[in-house]
Design a binder for this molecule. Structure first.
Ligand code: PEP
Ligand code: MN
Length: 265
């Protein structure tokens, strides 16, 4: 059964992603410097990626670790985005950051820790940029879908769901990627859903199989962390793909997306 998803269609069209390709948002966990960001975006553009992760406010578990470049990075990411004509996706942690981020970002991301920050969700409903809503790591699917409604109820229909793993007793992975939620979302909502196998696993050695599985399950796309030198990354290096593995993943997921076809999504 073909599903009509105007939010997805418009988002892809806004950056020229063909209908028969998945919506891929890729980039480093955090922007660390202009040179690493430029190098990464250059590679992404060479592979036809139009939406780039550009984290500058980072919600880290430990306050003693890198917290993102913050406002200092705005100029840097704006320059790189203009150079390569890419659209940026950046996380908003509090309402006060919306105006600043809106000067450079095309999509505002709500992280797992803020999925139930209803004041923030309502504010995002009153501004024009699309919202990428990540699932709370303790949220069930119903709570996840209702969080999206907090944005939509205020008038902003442009919400994309993102499954990024939930907390379980399993300790081999950082989170448990709940791919059940992909077909459930398709039945229960009219919103697009993408999957983040980077945070969903926490391990770069299993990101590719889970990316494949996500697309096979009917996801509309992926959010993936990629870094020029993962062992040297200031955040989430363990789950970041290097350029070579990213290119391999892309080829595979594009083929699976075409194979699944609109009928299977
Ligand atoms: C991220 O995408 O950078 C991030 C912090 O993800 P999450 O909120 O899913 O942990
Ligand atoms: Mn990260």
């Amino acid at each position: 059964m073909t599903r009509l998803c105007p939010v997805l269609t418009a988002l892809k069209a806004s950056v020229g992603i063909p209908d028969d390709e998945p919506l891929i948002i890729a980039g480093p966990c955090a922007v660390e410097s202009e040179s690493m960001f430029d190098e990464t975006v250059q590679m992404l553009v060479e592979h036809g990626i139009r939406f780039v992760r550009a984290g500058i406010f980072k919600p880290r578990t430990s306050p003693f670790t890198f917290q993102g470049m913050g406002e200092d990075a705005l100029e840097v990411i704006g320059r790189v985005a203009a150079k390569y004509a890419v659209a940026l996706v950046s996380e908003v942690m509090e309402s006060e950051q919306i105006p600043i981020l809106s000067t450079v970002a095309s999509v505002l991301q709500v992280g797992t820790r803020n999925m139930d920050n209803y004041a923030l969700l309502k504010r995002l409903g009153c501004q024009p940029l699309p919202v990428l809503l990540k699932r709370g790591f303790m949220a069930d699917s119903k709570e996840f879908f209702l969080a999206a409604e907090y944005v939509r109820r205020e008038g902003n229909e442009r919400v994309v769901l993102c499954e990024r793993g939930i907390r379980t007793f399993e300790s081999a992975t950082r989170n448990t990627l709940d791919l059940n939620v992909v077909p459930i979302a398709r039945l229960a909502t009219d919103l697009p859903i993408i999957v983040d196998p980077s945070h969903g696993t926490g391990r770069s050695d299993i990101v590719i199989p889970m990316a494949r599985a996500a697309i096979a399950a009917g996801a509309d796309g992926l959010m993936v962390e990629v870094h020029p030198n993962p062992p040297k990354a200031l955040s989430d290096g363990l789950q970041s793909l290097d350029f070579e593995r990213f290119a391999a993943m892309l080829q595979e997921v594009r083929a699976i997306y075409a194979f699944v076809g609109e009928g299977g999504r």
